[in-house]
Design a protein around this ligand. Structure first.
Ligand code: TTP
Ligand code: MN
Ligand code: MN
Ligand code: MN
Length: 370
């Protein structure tokens, strides 16, 4: 039984960009339990530990059949000894004790609740817990006056934002955006990205990349669009607003921005957007890209986060995939693909171009759920 052949297209490699990660996979319950531990490590600030769980989880998502033995689990690249032992425990008993402990930890339940509020990260969540707060009422009672405006908005919008969106909800919002864009000018192109593009039925927010064939049309678009959305009553809350500087010197573009929430140099706004049919405020993330950066913007904002991490590593360090060697030496960001040595931008028109350049086989967005 151990020798049942695996899917011949399966790649047992550590590279997320080479493997396939469908939403529907063979080890869901196991992945669910490991994800709980991963989340707890993340919220407790144990970044390295969280990352090793995330790597293993992605490897398990891409594994082409239900895992049946410890020996089988140990062979999977990305699954280390410690997690392999947890898989052994899971196969033997049906549960992982460490995951049960997390699931029953009131500290975990409360800190993860705090951290799910927009603007509240793990550090603040732990800090609040440490001060003895056990609910949002506790937080508001004790800190109401000192909270930042973003956190105040996050708390105000929380009851709405925690309600998940169907694909239809996302599509409704995209239609509204198209209409508002038409009021600004003809010819805008809008691409829903994030979990929606990866095929998820249920989404936490709506992420869109917007471009126009004429670069000048995207120049002041973010301001125009947010103003129009406010004027038409769709947007009351702007959680983050940042105009990019796509035309700055290339070397400067490569630098990581120090600005919070600004992990690329594209113009973007994270908004609370009132969905017409339900009246619920949805988080809508608007990303504006000039045409020349559109392929990178779409690839960078489609995710998943672990897929993007893998993509950046592949660009930097390279690897061998399907007999092709890629030497690395590049830097990927949503605002461009750069040669690390010269800081020069590589011109790419489409996502397919990027994969070809990186010597990778095309990965359909629905297989990027790493
Ligand atoms: P998100 O909207 O945060 O994630 P998501 O769409 O995958 O999932 P959810 O249903 O919870 O909304 O971000 C969209 C994509 O943008 C994400 O998959 C990867 C990319 N991204 C990063 O790489 N780094 C970041 O810090 C953010 C905010 C997004
Ligand atoms: Mn999203
Ligand atoms: Mn999210
Ligand atoms: Mn988002």
């Amino acid at each position: 039984e151990r020798n049942i052949a695996l899917d011949p297209t399966y790649n047992n490699v550590a590279y997320e960009v080479v493997r396939k990660h469908p939403l529907d996979h063979h080890n869901k319950e196991l992945v669910e339990q490991l994800s709980l531990i991963e989340k707890q490590r993340e919220i407790d600030g144990e970044a390295r530990s969280a990352l090793s769980y995330r790597r293993a989880i992605s490897a398990l998502i891409s594994y082409p059949r239900k895992i049946r033995s410890w020996r089988e689990a140990k062979k999977i690249k990305g699954v280390g000894d410690k997690i392999a032992r947890m898989i052994r425990e899971y196969l033997k008993t049906g549960t992982i004790q460490a995951a049960e402990t997390v699931a029953n930890s009131s500290r975990f339940l409360i800190t993860s609740h705090f951290a799910s509020i927009y603007g509240v990260g793990p550090t603040t969540a732990r800090d609040w817990y440490g001060k003895g707060y056990r609910s949002l009422e506790d937080v508001l009672d004790a800190e109401g006056d000192t909270l930042s405006n973003v956190v105040k908005m996050g708390i105000e919008l929380f009851p709405d934002f925690q309600q998940k969106m169907t694909r239809k909800d996302v599509e409704e919002i995209v239609e509204v955006l198209k209409e508002v864009l038409r009021g600004i000018a003809e010819g805008f192109v809008i691409c829903p990205v994030g979990g929606y593009r990866r095929g998820k039925e249920i989404n936490g927010d709506c992420d869109v990349v917007i471009t126009h064939p004429e670069e000048a049309k995207t120049k002041n678009l973010l301001r125009q669009l947010v103003d129009a959305l406010k004027a038409q009553g769709y947007v009351k809350h702007v959680l983050w607003y940042g105009e990019g500087h796509e035309k700055d010197q290339v070397s400067e573009l490569r630098l990581q921005s120090g600005k919070k929430n600004s992990f690329d140099h594209l113009s973007k706004a994270f908004t609370g957007f009132r969905q017409p049919s339900t009246g619920i405020n949805r988080q809508v993330d608007l990303i504006i890209s000039p045409q020349s950066l559109y392929a990178c913007a779409v690839l960078g904002w489609t995710g998943s986060k672990q897929f993007e991490r893998g993509l950046r590593n592949w660009c930097k360090y390279g690897g061998v995939a399907a007999g092709h060697t890629f030497k690395g030496g590049y830097h990927f960001a949503s605002h461009g693909l750069f040669d690390r040595r010269t800081n020069k931008r590589v011109h790419v028109e489409t996502e397919e171009d990027i994969f070809k350049f990186l010597k990778l086989e095309w990965a359909d967005p629905t297989l990027r759920n790493a």
